[in-house]
Design a protein around this ligand. Sequence first.
Ligand SMILES: Cc1cc2nc3c(=O)[nH]c(=O)nc-3n(C[C@H](O)[C@H](O)[C@H](O)COP(=O)(O)OP(=O)(O)OC[C@H]3O[C@@H](n4cnc5c(N)ncnc54)[C@H](O)[C@@H]3O)c2cc1C
Length: 454
Amino acid sequence: MGQKKRLLGDLDGVQFARSLNRRGFIGLSGALGAGALLATSLSAQAVPKIKSKAKIVIAGAGAAGLAAASRLSDRLDGAEIILVDGRKAHFYQPGFTLVAGGIKSADYPVSTTAEYVPRSATWIEEYVSEFDPESNSITTASGQKISYDYLLVTTGLMLNYAGIEGMDEQLIGKDGLGSIYHSPQAAAATWQLLDRFADSGGDGVFLRPATEMKCAGAPLKYTFITDDHLRRRDNRSKAKLTYNAHSGNLFSVPIVHEKLRMLFENRGIETHYNRVLSAIDPGKRIATFTSVEEGSVELPYDFINVVPPMRAPEAIRNSPLPWQDGKWASDGWLEVSKDNLRHARYQNVFAIGDIAGVPKGKTAASVKWQTPVVVDHLVAEIAGKESEMVYNGYTSCPLITRLGRAMLIEFDYRNNLVPSFPGVIAPLEELWATWVIKTVALKPTYISMLRGSA
Ligand SMILES: Cc1cc2nc3c(=O)[nH]c(=O)nc-3n(C[C@H](O)[C@H](O)[C@H](O)COP(=O)(O)OP(=O)(O)OC[C@H]3O[C@@H](n4cnc5c(N)ncnc54)[C@H](O)[C@@H]3O)c2cc1C
């Protein structure tokens, strides 16, 4: 208990402010100042609205759908903007890691979709069950057929827990089986498990799936967070932590992989490559990994963070919209241009966010940079012009490396590091300022993005 109290004290803003050195403070104020400036310059584009009667359907009202609806409302006068999504709750998913790390409470990521639907848009509270781009229409779960002039596909992705033999979502939070991706409730239940594990120690097992996934940094962050909780309770020596990477790397950007490899080695986190979780036996607490070199590997666990395979929602996979061949075809990612996210075969269809079949970018940060590009192309077309805006693959990941420290990894399609605050926030340094960005500044920026002003 004393330890837990100390941890909360450590994480308290006042305590942090006291321990902040001058260099850190200057760095942070510079970073947040620059961030604010960036948001202002993007939002304050006083462009006259274009008059239009276009009918735009947005399938999915999560991060991308809401951000796009807000931006389109700001740019168009008279257009019919229809959001279609059956989910009433809105989840700030980057907050799931913080909930599962005992840093934020379970309600931190939760709000409602209704709060962000712009006044000039209509929200149909149903899921799309069928996409028919040949007839420019979608059909909702209740059978309502809606035609469109333009379609934005922003459905996000589907967590495929069934892809792991023996896995049952109902068991998350029981018998050491955690999963931070599932929901805020599952993230909170996973924290309860981690809290106990940090007291007792044992075998901790971490992994990522072999599919494309959203926020590939989250499983790594969570491994670091677990390590730090154990250390804070003087129980690190009682635990064995094993991270199982799906490929030969910990991270797709080589320089970041190398940094993480060193950090894992320094922290005593055993690392294995080319292992994919194929089955789990929750009763016996055994995770089975499949590996080309090692065959089948069984790992006992006292605590595991299951990250499921991910793929496109069923309605997309059953439609003509995904890639028809190549590495993104079987999981149903949308066949769009990586430069402007316009569909390769249906010119009036665009994708934004996790569903887009592009080489990088399944993060909320990518949504922030993809949305203005798509909106600009769509509005330009409505106005009879052409847009030259290009999405360069920008993705970012504030990678927590211990409580109170994080690295701000920002990169593009070409694996170039593209720091937003050069000279202030070094990408591969574990900084307190980056921790504050992740735990304090990102959520307001995200909410501004939903409202079209960041
Ligand atoms: C644990 C975790 C940690 C993360 N950490 C970070 C981070 O640190 N930084 C970062 O930038 N990003 C992070 N992300 C990723 C980020 O949250 C996502 O990339 C982002 O939310 C994607 O936005 P989206 O609109 O594509 O999908 P979502 O926000 O998931 O929204 C998709 C919407 O589509 C709806 N939908 C689904 N199917 C249909 C259908 N058939 N018809 C209609 N609607 C449908 C859903 O109900 C949902 O509302 C994290 C995610 C997780 C899970």
